[in-house]
Design a protein around this ligand. Structure first.
Ligand code: SF4
Ligand code: SF4
Length: 56
């Protein structure tokens, strides 16, 4: 289980700035979450303007 970022992502970077474990990085089409690092805190979902991150 980890949070995942949907195609709604507009690559604004707000989630990466809020992630306490630096699990989020910029991918080719959208930002991506490393499932091995994510601790499912939900901070990315709270920070996202388009509600792209969600619990898998
Ligand atoms: Fe980072 Fe928390 Fe989002 Fe996981 S749920 S990617 S730990 S901000
Ligand atoms: Fe994408 Fe939302 Fe993260 Fe911005 S905050 S990079 S729109 S997932």
């Amino acid at each position: 289980m980890a949070y995942v970022i949907s195609e709604a992502c507009i690559s604004c970077g707000a989630c990466a700035a809020e992630c306490p474990v630096e699990a989020i990085s910029e991918g080719a089409d959208r930002y991506e979450i490393n499932p091995d690092v994510c601790i499912e805190c939900g901070a990315c979902a709270d920070a996202c303007p388009v509600s792209a991150p969600s619990a898998e």
